[in-house]
Design a protein around this ligand. Structure first.
Ligand SMILES: C[S@@+](CC[C@H](N)C(=O)[O-])C[C@H]1O[C@@H](n2cnc3c(N)ncnc32)[C@H](O)[C@@H]1O
Length: 267
């Protein structure tokens, strides 16, 4: 998953990093909002459009709100947005963004943390592959249960996440490269995911070698779930699927879709 972390400044223990901030400590948060990529308006605006429409004027909660990349622009449109976030270093950046002042952030774990107004939200959302940061099936079920606990009946839970790249794994192979970018004879960047199809655990791996021949390798653990498994998690939590799109443009999911945006309704 190339979009999880700025590979130029991964969670490689910086001096100011607090272990309690997990994979997104100060050294990652410091560059998370750098322009381009996931921070570009072409990526953010379609997501905010869909979320605003689904909220339909009601209260909204983002699980793993991060630096407010999505929550702040949503709040800037007048939507009432709250957030839960594990990393204090990430959460500290929310208020710096236009709209961010209006986002009420609670530090905590999205599998267990309840915020004021639980049971009244119209929309809970969890984007940018972050369901995969919860590395057990039990933990992911708790995310669905916690979302349902925050929703009013008829409220919606939305997840944006990659479709596991299992179709690119021939027998005997467990790695899928997502970026191979040499920038000289001796330097460059290689990113790849490594899957354990028995446990459904996988890691995203980042290798950068600089022209002086020095290198850095780090990996982040994840757990993948096929979309149908998420439908069962939703059912366990008292929700049912209402939409499954291939992206924020609400296009149809096909066998070749690499991501999905799924929406479940609390019964
Ligand atoms: C890829 S970032 C996404 C941030 C934001 N949602 C966005 O779209 O930019 C993942 C975030 O999830 C947070 N996170 C990971 N596990 C979490 C958990 N169990 N509870 C709350 N936040 C969590 C991380 O600290 C990080 O800020």
């Amino acid at each position: 998953m190339s979009d999880e972390v700025n590979e130029n400044n991964p969670a490689a223990a910086g001096r100011d990093d607090d272990p309690a901030d997990g994979w997104f400590p100060e050294s990652v948060a410091a560059t998370y909002d750098d322009p381009g990529g996931a921070n570009s308006p072409e990526v953010i605006t379609p997501a905010v459009d869909v979320l605003q429409a689904l909220a339909a004027g009601g209260r909204v909660l983002e699980f793993a709100v991060g630096t407010g990349r999505i929550a702040a622009p949503l709040a800037a449109r007048g939507v009432s947005v709250s957030g839960i976030e594990l990393s204090e270093a990430m959460a500290a950046r929310v208020t710096a963004k236009p709209g961010g002042d209006a986002v009420e952030v609670t530090l905590g774990d999205m599998t267990t943390t309840r915020v004021d107004g639980a049971g009244e939200f119209s929309l809970v959302y969890l984007v940018f592959n972050t369901i995969s940061n919860v590395t057990t099936q039990d933990g992911q079920v708790e995310v669905f249960r916690n979302a349902a606990a925050h929703l009013r009946p008829g409220g919606l839970f939305l997840i944006e996440v990659g479709v596991p790249d299992l179709r690119r794994l021939p027998p005997g192979q467990d790695t899928v490269p997502f970026t191979v970018a040499p920038d000289g004879n001796r330097s460059g960047y290689v990113g790849f995911d490594q899957y354990d199809v028995v446990t459904q655990e996988f890691t995203s791996n980042h290798v950068r070698v600089t022209p002086d021949g020095k290198g850095r390798f780090f990996r982040i653990p994840f757990r993948y779930a096929w979309p149908a498994e998420m439908d069962l998690m939703a059912r366990i939590a008292g929700m049912k699927l209402t939409h499954r799109w291939a992206g924020w443009d609400r296009s149809e999911v096909t066998a070749d879709s690499t991501t999905h945006v799924s929406v479940w309704e609390k019964l």
